[in-house]
Design a protein around this ligand. Sequence first.
Ligand code: GDP
Ligand code: MG
Length: 598
Amino acid sequence: WNMANIRNFCIIAHVDHGKSTLADRLLEATMTIDARNMREQVLDTLELERERGITIKLVPVQMKYRADDGQEYILNLIDTPGHVDFTYEVSRSLAACEGALLVVDAAQGVEAQTVANAYMAVDQGLEIIPVINKIDLPSARPEEVKKEIEDIVGIDASDACLVSAKEGKGIKEVLNAIIEKIPSPKGDPKAPLRALIFDSIYNNYRGVICSIRVVDGVINKGQNVTFMATGRNYQVEELGVFKPDMSPVEQLGPGAVGYIIANIKSVSEARVGDTITSAERPAEKPLPGYQNVKPVVYCGFYPMERDDYPNLRDALEKLQLNDSAIVFEPETSAALGFGFRCGFLGLLHMDIAKERLSREFGIDLVATLPNVVYQVTKKDGTLVVTHKPSDFPEIGDIEEIREPYIKVTVFVPNEFVGKVMQLCQDKRGNYISMDYITPERVRLVYELPLAEFIIDFHDKIKSLTRGFASIDYEHVGYKASDLVKVDILIGGEVVDAFSFICHKDEAYHRGHAAVKKLKDIIPRQLFEVPIQAAIGKRVIVRMNIKPLRKDVLAKCYGGDVTRKRKLLEKQKEGKKKMKQIGKVSIPQEAFLAFLKTE
Ligand code: GDP
Ligand code: MG
């Protein structure tokens, strides 16, 4: 087992700086994939990833490269997800490497996620090779970008690789730098087995396939292994490497990157960050850094068609086989019927799940407004952790409400600084710091409530800055806030699915918007229907829907009995899809429309 000729590395970059394109070029240059099978961004496997141009799932690829010294090296490229929702997965894939290529766009320069990702790599003790990409662009300014990397990221960039991934320039230099600069793995082949799971995917035919990095010891086909976080035992059915197709081997030793298949039914049994050890000779301690990830954003998913409820449950279960970070439990709502309360790592994660449910499972659904997880201390001293507004204690029983905060870093051209600061203030942000990273660009740091961030912060900032701002955030814990639950009432009855939590000062404004919208959507009834927004018992907004004058039968003056019956039948049919809120019947579509246009 020759560790000296292995290099394990990943590519980190701000989105769109060219990570996937560079990976494609490396695969071509090492003839891992021949030109005939090459399509753009081969590593972005999920259809959704290709479309959105983001990497969600990681695929480790093994390349072979004969270097100028005449020796053959094994290069394992571990792709990392490119979005903050998946920070934990990024940190685990970094932990499987000794080095990282830090790709920076030669025209755009250092952006928020360049810094965040680079810091994470530094924390993991990785050797970082700066790669300045897109030097073919007329606006490329490689020398300035080198200086930005040195000033902002704080690493030496004097011999950064200058690359055009698009035109295939500088690729050989990158390969040589990987071999010269990234240390080979260190590990003890005689020690008890320790292998890190840095990804697990579910495959319909093979069950769960875990991507692993062997740190110590040797793993053999057929041996019994223990997953240390869950304590479960499995027999290794198949062991192999991705070339990038799965290619079985008998054994993997220290430093190796590959996969195992072991009759695992769901990815929740094979958690990212867990350590695999030998069942016969277990390691004393797992590898460091395992963390049980918890969802931070919750919302209700309801099928548009009532009959789709069982399908939705099946689909969520299948999605969970693939993505252990998704949680869900059944929930019923008077307005929306049967659905599920689902938890996600962030908004993008939620959007992806929603899109996959529709695309892969054909389920049309509505999502209720997303909310964060609140901690409520009651006057009697008990703590309530709520995943939905309807779990909130009565207003009179509440002593204190705490909400999650994030630290947001925004990189922005200085002409937009004023607008971004205003937005952060409007979102209840606390100013932390501001500094010039170049004469033209500013780094702003604010602490914001996560709840404000998830509403529309991203979209707002992109439109305010014409797309020139880049954002990164991290969670910084819970803080007390002056929050209230606003209920929406139709005909005097609370509609559970529409309640929301917001800051006291925002309650009127948001309550008014919701009431106005419902008033426009709900059809008139035979009697007047009040629509209200209320905090506890106190009504803060009220509007009335005027009654209808005539009933359906008034249209046909007595005579024709069959016509009358037909009309009544039709009305009955219509009633089936009606929801009864108190004595008001409202078509389900009205509720769905309310949420859909949100
Ligand atoms: P990722 O988000 O970091 O994976 O970035 P991609 O590899 O998807 O690249 C983002 C965009 O930049 C795509 O439209 C690429 O075609 C383009 N791109 C990547 N590398 C280069 C390059 O060297 N030169 C130019 N001009 N464009 C590039
Ligand atoms: Mg990409």
